[in-house]
Design a protein around this ligand. Sequence first.
Ligand code: ADP
Ligand code: MG
Length: 573
Amino acid sequence: KGQIDDAKRQASAEIAAARAESAEASARTKAVEKQLKDAVEKGEADLRQLDRQHAAETVALMERNERDVEKLQRQMEDDRASADSARAALEEQMAAAATAAQEAVERAEKDAMRAVDEAKAAKANEGKIRQHLETMKDMIQEAKVVDQRNAVLDRDMRRELERRKKLHEYVEDLKGKIRVYVRVRPMSESEEGKGCGSAYTKNNATSVTYLQPDKAPPEDKKNFDFDKIFAGTPDMGNGQHQVFEDVKQLVLSCIEGTNVCIFAYGQTGSGKTFTMVGPGGAIGSNIDSSTGQPLDAAGVTPRAAVELFNVLQERDALCTAEVDVSMYELYCDALVDLLKEPSRPGQKEPDLKVKLAQHTESGLVEVQNGTICRASTLQELTDILEAGVRNRSTQSTKMNAESSRSHLVMSFVIRSTNRRSGVVTSGKLTLVDLAGSERVDKSGAEGQRLKEAQSINKSLSAIGDVVGALTSGTKHIPYRNHTLTTLMSDSIGGSAKTVMMVCCSPADYNAVESVNALSFAVRCKNVKNMTAANPAAAAAQVQSLRQELARLKKAKGAADEGPKKGGAGGRRK
Ligand code: ADP
Ligand code: MG
């Protein structure tokens, strides 16, 4: 029982402890319940609080949203306004641009219109311009032509001055004199056949010595001094062109208004025809028809014809010219007009009468009823001369088969008119191929031949007398003593320039005839200054020289001035 009571007291302590514990637990449950209840209440309060809070937040949010929306709306409105204004500005700009574009288009259109108008006007003008251009072209062409003509004139002028200088010297030298050239041809076949020896020695350019087989020493040789000696073959300086080179100046002198005479003197067969015309006496065949140039064998006449037309051609810019040709043969004292048309049967031949220069208007010898043929070209001139040569009545003598027993006188009157000044200048070129100078006895002539020979001697003596009178200075020159000298009166003496070509055979067989011819030429050489001996003639010559000088000065002045349009007449277009 102490244990039971201990267990009872323990159990009772435990019951009491359990009870305390249960009370405590119940208190605790009650506290928890309270706590729970508080917590619920608090939760509910919190919830309510939260609800309230949420509601307030929602309101605030909504308010903020509203504000935001409002703000956005305002912003949008602002944006719209600015967009509107931007658009308006843009529209304005666009309108301005459109206007500008429109204006530009209008301007461009206007420009285009104007351009079109201008083009139209230009087109209309084009015709005028073209015309103008054509005129310009014409003017340029004309200027070119004038320029060329100027150049030609200039060249011509310079050449002329050069030529004139030479000519002046030559003419001065020749004036009042008879220039004498000697031409000794090569030995002919017949002379060689005869075994002839040479009869001459050419000492130098102006001196020749001939044998005189009929004389005894010391006179068996004779020296002759002349202006020039041509002897031998062409390679020895005795070619046709070399002989012509020396007389060429005279053609120009003639165109300048001087009377010139070139005559060949010598026995038959000595080379007169060869010298004056060419081999066989043919003229046309001595000129190359394609080139218009003289052939090597051509003598003085064809060469002079070529030179004459060459110079006239060169001077075409300065003057127009006419060439009048006449051609006579003097056979047995009878004058034959070689250019006369053949007369009809039964028709009476008109009498030919030679008038001295002092009795004619032209101041030149004239043949009444004589034929004058105008030659405008070289071809025409050679045709005329050919026709005349064909009319010659040549006969052969015992001395040479081809000889001519008549004198041939060819004259070219050259009348040139200065295109500007209108001054007319006339000169006469006379070319004479005389009949043979041999003595009658040697030719063994009888009958008609004798008559021929006598008549030839008479005519040559007449030339001798004229030359003699000119040499001695007598007032009276016996031109009228013979038809031949009358015909040559304007070409020998006075202010005429005369060249005598003394033709000689080189053979000793013909030496006497050669010496005779040379001796005759010595008389001609002695003609010094014909005018000095004759005061009236001297005065006349001074006058004519003055005129010539004035004319030259005038012509030079005119040429220096240059060409003028539509100069004084003439052929110029
Ligand atoms: P002329 O007329 O004086 O009677 P030609 O002129 O008829 O003499 O000449 C006689 C001959 O001599 C001709 O056959 C001619 O061809 C020739 N002859 C003359 N001179 C020369 C010369 N310089 N050179 C060559 N042959 C010439
Ligand atoms: Mg002859």
